[in-house]
Write a protein that binds this ligand. Structure first.
Ligand code: GAP
Length: 456
């Protein structure tokens, strides 16, 4: 993983946030190739979950939401991590994580008093990772919601507007709007890609646990108790999507939740086998019953029941959720694709990305940069292709070096314009180019007129 992280920085995929000021814990920026890969992942997700389906629509809700949303969702009270502070160096430790290191499981539902008792029993075995001391404050629940001062012109901070702790609440807030303004009928789904913010106590593992991240969510609304068939369908489709990104079965698995939150009827995670970190969650698929809409109906006073157009029956739909961390999937895709192999007797790094995800689809090279006829012809080809796909121009260094640069960022094709293109090798090869394949290194001659179809 260290190698993947260093690669991400070196080739402009991911940079530490605010790096020139020393960086910020758990905050990252996507660079020029990173944003292309990120957008391609999101596009694939959107096409699969929205465009290819008649029973799903997308929305894009705002970051700022009425503060009561987070009371209704349970986040203001229950969305917390148990924490102790080292009395010697003030380092903050996650109690459940530290206990796990000495083989003790802290149940998510434990009260603060029970957690304190468990911690007191085992803390002698736990040395502060920063300074080695064993002296801690009592366990306290630390709320993960990030506050803003939107509209607080008194600066008293007594009525904070929170940033979203999870993106999906924006979908519940718009359920009634979608029903009232579209022709969607239960069962149907709403999809959204949105930002979430969490005051993670110990952000860690690069993009895996950050304080700002994107979630791609679908919420599928069904008639109460008619959840089973849809849940099975959704699970199968989500797994298939990861396979379509080029992720292998051996690095992908399902894990059922042992401890369900009180309202959930079933919950599974899709886990990816990250290098160094091992298997960990990239997406949750949750059967949330009628909890969310009931909560929002009670807290807002707005009737969120659905009326069956055929029978007139009124009910609060049950919700089947898929919630994916876009950054985690980005890291999974990058880890899966990052490969070192040998080609033509030379070691190389190659990103074996599915072409659909590659930041650059083709690179165009004039064989020599000091031959104006070659450069002009190559420019013509480049200009023609750039309206169809993301292509890159490179006339710097020998062809071998240019191939290596493109292999590293996962470009499926390199297109070279040479003297044969200009007709110097005879009419047969005139207006053809060399197309070189990223994975095999094989080269073939293709007519310029056929290039766009090939890229498509
Ligand atoms: N609406 C349900 C929900 O938010 P979650 O399991 O807390 O459920 C869903 O989050 C997904 O969001 C996770 O599977 C993970 O991929 C991603 N995620 C959660 N916390 C994250 C963090 N701190 N950094 C990056 N991704 C995170």
């Amino acid at each position: 993983m260290d190698e993947v992280i260093a690669f991400s920085k070196r080739r402009g995929f991911v940079y530490p946030g605010s790096e020139i000021y020393g960086g910020m814990a758990g905050i990252y920026d996507f660079g020029p190739y990173g944003v292309e890969l990120l957008n391609n992942i999101k596009r694939s997700w959107w096409e699969t979950n929205v465009h290819s389906r008649e029973d799903y629509v997308g929305i894009d809700s705002s970051i700022f939401r009425d503060p009561r949303v987070w009371d209704a969702s349970g986040h203001t009270k229950g969305f917390s991590d148990p924490l102790v502070e080292c009395k010697k160096c003030n380092a903050r430790l996650r109690v459940d994580k530290e206990l796990a290191k000495v083989g003790v499981t802290a149940d998510e539902k434990m009260s603060e008093a029970d957690l304190n008792a468990l911690w007191d029993e085992h803390k002698a075995k736990i040395a502060c990772p920063s300074c080695g001391a064993h002296d801690y404050t009592p366990v306290r629940a630390f709320n993960l919601l990030v506050k803003s001062n939107l509209g607080d012109f008194t600066s008293r901070g007594d009525n904070p507007v929170y940033l979203p702790g999870e993106a999906c609440q924006g979908i519940y807030l718009n359920f009634k709007n979608v029903v009232d303004t579209t022709r969607m009928k239960v069962p149907f789904g709403i999809a959204q890609i949105g930002k979430a913010f969490r005051n993670e106590i110990s952000p860690r593992n690069f993009l895996f646990r950050t304080r700002e991240f994107e979630q791609a969510d679908t919420q599928f609304f069904v008639k109460p108790h008619e959840n089973k068939e849809a849940y099975d369908r959704i699970k199968a489709e989500r797994y298939a999507w990861y396979k379509s990104l080029g992720i292998s079965d051996e690095n992908l698995r399902w894990k059922q939740h042992d401890n369900l939150v009180f309202y959930a009827s079933d919950a599974w995670d899709i886990e990816y086998n990250f290098p160094t970190y091992g298997f960990d969650e990239v997406e949750g698929v949750h059967d949330r019953t009628d909890y969310d809409l009931t909560q929002h109906m009670n807290h807002s006073g707005t009737d969120l029941r659905y009326t069956d157009p055929q029978t007139g029956e009124k009910y609060i739909p049950w919700i089947l959720e898929t919630s994916m961390g876009v950054g985690r999937v980005f890291l999974a895709v990058l880890s899966e694709a990052y490969t070192k192999d040998e080609l033509d007797g030379e070691e190389r790094v190659v990103l074996r990305l599915a072409p659909e995800l590659a930041p650059v689809k083709a690179a165009v090279f004039p064989l020599l940069r000091n031959k104006p006829e070659l450069v002009a012809k190559a420019r013509e080809v480049f200009t023609m292709l750039k309206t169809h796909a993301r292509v890159e121009w490179d006339d710097n260094g020998n062809i071998g070096k240019r191939y290596r640069r493109q292999d590293e960022i996962g470009t499926p094709y390199c297109i070279t314009i040479d003297f044969d293109t200009l007709g110097e090798g005879g009419d047969e090869v005139k207006d053809t180019v060399t197309v070189r394949d990223r994975d095999t290194g094989e080269q073939k001659r293709v007519k310029i007129a056929e290039l766009t179809a090939m890229l498509a």
